[in-house]
Design a protein around this ligand. Structure first.
Ligand SMILES: [Zn+2]
Length: 370
């Protein structure tokens, strides 16, 4: 049997997305160093934009007045926005959490802002997102049981206010499970959100510095509490080894800055793991990054040339490397979906783990959130 791996479809106002799906992250309304035309040609179906960043600059009202992010940014496919909560908790300074919402200072200019659940939905509506996320409190790791328990209560109350604020809006709204690393609190969070009947459910508060085994334990804890007919989204996870593991456990959606951020440092994905193109052993390597890859970079350039561009700090290096990693991910997810469709995901999973060595750079890139 293929574990919990499953195929699905998410219908949005800008097209249907086949799952499992990986969303490249377009923090500022652009996936760094690549055009939307290339994303589309690479097989990317949905992108993520960060409400926090777009709210601060250029502002959600401006994006609304410019016809929404699809028109403003020239992307005609589905867009998912995060609520801004994660960035408020990770980037905002001097934040104060109250029942009404959270007050924080901008990381750009120190200006003071207030984000309520209702405002979080309004910002995402103004941006024009097809899938919006509820405002949640992302608790740090580790946190005490008492703090986490109170936070789950607050996240559930905020989720209800977000649902009320949706008010028939033409977008899907996902609830975000919290509960830290306490099984009973995770289950409580899942039950309270499922009761509110959201369009999908995200697992939040993970990838915050915990050991990987703790992450998967929390996924296993809640997965059966979530309805079968709604998408499940593991926020901020995106190494290929995380994706195959998540899919096997019944996760449908992933996002991460990893493929694009690593590309800019010369870390490129291949069928056998990651390589760093900066490595001196590629100086005269005439082969493509990945012989099996059909992307423009691999069809056109050698490892030696890509290495030359990177060490020469040529801007084209960002583009060509990003194009390869984005294509690699879209193709990887396509092959996962095909394997599930054929009923052979278990074989795919076994073959992947046998081949994948983690690459040459088992390095500092553990945090996956934008
Ligand atoms: Zn390629």
């Amino acid at each position: 049997m293929d574990g919990n791996a499953r195929l699905g479809r998410i219908a949005t106002g800008h097209g249907t997305v086949e799952t499992p799906v990986f969303m490249p992250v377009g923090t500022q309304g652009t996936v760094k160093a690549i055009t939307n035309r290339d994303l589309k040609a690479s097989g990317v179906t949905m992108i993520l934009a960060n409400a926090y960043h777009l709210y601060l600059r250029p502002g959600d009202a401006l994006i609304r007045d410019m016809g929404g992010l699809q028109k403003f940014a020239g992307w005609d496919g589905p867009i998912l926005t995060d609520s801004g909560g994660y960035q408020v908790f990770s980037l905002g300074t001097l934040r104060k959490i109250k029942e009404e919402g959270v007050t924080f200072q901008s990381h750009i200019d120190g200006s003071k802002h207030f984000l309520s659940p209702e405002r979080a939905v309004e910002i995402q509506r103004n941006i024009g997102a097809d899938i919006c996320m509820c405002l949640d409190e992302c608790v740090p790791y580790p946190s005490t049981y008492e703090y986490t328990r109170d936070s789950v209560g607050l996240t559930s109350r905020w989720a209800k206010r977000c649902r009320d604020a949706k008010d028939g809006g033409p977008f899907l709204l996902f609830g975000i499970l919290q509960g830290g690393f306490y099984k009973d609190l995770r289950i409580q969070s899942a039950r309270e959100l499922v009761e509110m009947d959201f369009d999908g459910y995200a697992l939040g508060g993970l990838s915050v510095g915990e050991p990987k085994s703790a992450t998967w334990e929390m996924v296993d804890t809640v997965i059966d509490t979530l309805p079968h007919d709604k998408p499940r989204y593991l926020m901020g996870f995106g190494f290929p080894e995380d994706i195959v593991e998540g899919v096997r456990k019944g996760i449908d959606m992933f996002d991460c800055v990893i493929p694009t951020r690593l590309a800019r440092n010369g870390n490129l994905f291949t069928q056998n793991g990651r390589i760093n193109i900066k490595n001196a052993k590629y100086v005269r390597d005439e082969s493509p990054v990945d012989k099996e890859c059909g992307c423009y970079t691999c069809r056109t350039y050698s490892r030696a040339y890509l290495r030359h561009l990177l060490v020469s700090h040529e801007l084209t290096s960002f583009y060509l490397n990003t194009l390869h990693n984005v294509y690699f991910y879209a193709d990887f997810l396509k092959r996962i979906r095909e394997a599930i469709g054929k009923g052979c995901f278990d074989q795919f999973y076994g073959a992947f783990n046998a081949r994948w060595k983690g690459g040459e750079t088992q390095d500092e890139y553990s945090a996956c959130n934008g």
